[in-house]
Design a protein around this ligand. Sequence first.
Ligand code: SF4
Length: 446
Amino acid sequence: MRAETVVGPTGPTSMPAGSRPLRVRVWPGLSERAALLGPGLPWPAPPAPGPDLEVPDPERLDPERLDLEALAELAEAAELRGRGGAGFPFAVKLRAVAEQAGRTGLAPVVVLNGEEGEPASAKDRVLMTLNPGLALEGLRLVAAALGAETSYAYVSDPAARERIAAAGAVWPGPGALRVVAAPSGYVSGEETAVVRWLDGGPAKPTHKPPRPYESGVAGRPTLVGNVETFAQLARLVRRRTEGDGLTVLLTVGTDRGEHVVVEVPDDRTLGDVLAWLRVDADEVLLGGFFGRFVSTGTRGRPLRELASRAHPDVLGCGIVLALHDTCPVSAVAQVLRYLDRENAEQCGPCFKGIPAMAGVADALAAGTAGAEDVQRLAGWGTSLRGRGDCGTLDAACGVVTSLLEQRADVVARHLEAPCGWCADHPERPEATAFAVPWPAEIKEER
Ligand code: SF4
């Protein structure tokens, strides 16, 4: 068994002068034992659950003799879904990789995806910094269950990668752990971009199929999972106690430059979280640049429901962006300009469609768009969906459609004249104004 760190591009690790600390808060009463952002597990974890830990079936979940189906059933029972944005059921992914490995006879590959490309998200970097062992424990459980010979940790942030590499130095197997420097970028965490980079190519998405579970790193069935997803799985296996549900990590930010990473039980509502943090903005973009403006009823829905895609306003990668001042039309124009800059320039509908949509959104913010422009925008928001190799184009279509459907009154007013905010900001700020400043000093508030 070995662990190695692949040296790659590095970035700044010191805090920008004058930057505010990034606050981290855990929901009151959420036991430290149950929290991902709590003190964490001993790492490497002992071979079997310790006597103080209650698990549903200690024999079947002993990592040394781990039964893949037991792991899948546990993830299924807890409704664990990917926490990187796609929200795909983890048990389905796990079984798909195992079945493909059985069909092909190839040992699978497992990847801890720590590339947090959404600028308004910081929860994965915070988790890797505070509790790297928990994420690695999840990776190890999956690698053991699948019989993987190689596991990767793919992380762009130098400080978080250092924490993962330090914890991974005592990787107990199975096989090898390779800690890889990922390139930073909006699309470089997309799962086919991850596979491409690990195979020596650019970190740009590829057309699907095949998906990584069919043919991933070196052509092997590959499971690419988000950092929080692996950590949630480790917690389920090691720390499950009666009555504990899953938690959710959120990055809550505002357009006034406030940011906090929180951990909340998934039976709490979005409204509970906003009230707890005293965020009283009328406008909330849920899911970040891939997001939607929350509708009236969404604030009363449990986070579990928003994470499961049972509701049209989905949590995605857990970004809650409160807009106190920024007009939603301007916010969408800013996001579209950002996505235009970040697209991988591979798919015509994306690299032509996003700037076209951004142009109309800019005109709308300036009060110069007409009804026919808005109609074209609505048409693109529907017709371009699903026509890119990755989700970037869908993100653009999603924010556009959300604006037109959920803020139709605001759009209609901009056909008459720009609102006060848009009139005062003819040079719209960059969407990166919503980004979490990073690197950041992490300040835990208990
Ligand atoms: S959809 Fe856009 S960002 Fe994604 S691969 Fe195609 S061009 Fe690149």
